[in-house]
Design a protein around this ligand. Structure first.
Ligand SMILES: Cc1cc2nc3c(=O)[nH]c(=O)nc-3n(C[C@H](O)[C@H](O)[C@H](O)COP(=O)(O)OP(=O)(O)OC[C@H]3O[C@@H](n4cnc5c(N)ncnc54)[C@H](O)[C@@H]3O)c2cc1C
Length: 336
């Protein structure tokens, strides 16, 4: 680990001012469960000059519910979200997604803001300096995503088709990073039509995760997540969060699916289905949602929706298996 300055911010305004002062060379630290590992392994293209601690800001860890819905402060802990009576009763999908993250120790430290802004877990990108890294990839000033030629079993299954014509001519510049979005919470929030409120704007969760070669969110370097807002969910909406992992505890999703179905006497009035860990951003399965609307939900509809959800996928050399897992999870989310 290299040396850096450390500032305890006492207000959001102070945190933003400090970020601006450092002109992109400072990072926010919340629970530190993602950031400290990345600093130790020296994975960033540029090591931050300073960390701005936001744990010292009072009152950012609330979970409040009213007739409009739920508001969660960016510093609310994942463990508190899991335990919250209102989340467990009315927003179970969020409680399930939060519970699926890591271990109790990590959930005790990790915050929802940090979970949404966490960095990707790609093993090329994260390869530690102390054991021979860094591996130069697109995120580190390289010309192409290392996953295209390397072991890509956990990488994106969407988006590869556009690149198929460049085969493995590594002299050409690649456009995309194939690391998948790691956040379980993100997938659930999009399924619940949540909004993310930052120090600059409020935007639907779906638009917050817009991956580029260098970042997984639209956050500017001087922008903070302040709050997450989830509208009151439709009465009787069937919510579900499912996650396929290789190990039971402490594992990121190989594929995850969040779903919210509104049914009336078995007929689907509305559906939101979101896939996680299949692309740099969570993927909304809009075609699958459309084919369900107005129909009685049964096993055939669930199978059809699952096919539609994965219709646009174009897996890499080693990750075709993820397509099948995703289909099973979508079917399971709809029909059990
Ligand atoms: C062993 C292990 C297993 C894990 N498994 C999972 C898993 O299965 N599913 C999953 O979803 N996650 C998993 N994680 C990731 C974990 O959820 C995140 O590390 C955690 O949620 C990050 O929260 P934090 O408060 O510790 O963030 P920090 O580590 O403090 O920050 C993470 C990033 O977010 C930025 N940031 C923090 N707060 C804000 C804010 N309010 N506004 C803007 N930027 C901010 C920081 O600058 C930093 O870049 C795992 C982590 C570990 C170490």
């Amino acid at each position: 680990m290299k040396q850096f300055e450390h500032h305890d911010a006492l207000s959001i305004e102070e945190a933003v001012a400090l970020l601006s002062d450092y002109e992109g060379k400072a990072k926010i630290i919340a629970g530190g469960t993602d950031l400290l590992g990345a600093l130790r392994d020296e994975v960033f293209l540029e090591y931050p000059e300073a960390l701005i601690n936001i744990k010292t800001i009072d009152g950012l860890d609330y979970i409040r519910s009213d007739e409009k819905g739920l508001a969660i402060g960016a510093m609310a802990g994942l463990a508190d979200i899991v335990k919250s009576p209102v989340v467990k009763k009315e927003y179970q999908m969020l409680a399930e997604a939060a519970y699926s993250v890591a271990t109790p120790q990590i959930r005790n430290m990790a915050t929802i803001g940090g979970n949404l802004a966490q960095d990707v877990r790609c093993w090329f990108y994260r390869y530690p300096r102390r054991i021979g890294g860094p591996m130069v990839c697109l995120r580190k000033g390289g010309k192409f995503c290392s996953a295209l030629a390397g072991d890509n079993r956990y990488h994106s299954i969407f988006g590869a088709a556009a690149l198929s014509d460049i085969s493995l001519d590594l002299g050409k510049v690649r456009k995309g990073c194939f690391a998948v979005g790691p956040s379980d919470i993100a997938v659930a929030l999009i399924a619940m039509d949540a909004s993310i409120v930052t120090t600059k704007r409020s935007l639907p969760a779906e638009l917050f995760f817009k991956a580029t070669a260098l970042s997984s969110t639209v956050l500017d370097s001087d922008e903070l997540v302040k709050e997450i807002e989830i509208p009151k969910l439709p009465m009787g909406a069937v919510q579900r969060y499912d996650k396929f992992t290789l190990r039971k505890p402490i594992d990121f999703a190989v594929v995850s699916v969040a779903s919210m179905l509104t049914l009336n006497n078995g007929v689907c009035e509305d559906a939101r289905i979101v896939l996680g860990a299949v692309a740099p951003e969570p993927v909304r399965a809009r075609k699958a949602e459309q084919v369900m609307k107005g129909r009685i939900v049964d096993e055939d509809v669930a199978l059809e929706a699952a096919e539609h959800a994965l219709a646009g996928s174009s897996p890499l050399r080693m990750n075709e298996y993820k397509v099948e897992i995703a289909k099973v999870l979508v079917k399971h989310a709809i029909w059990g």
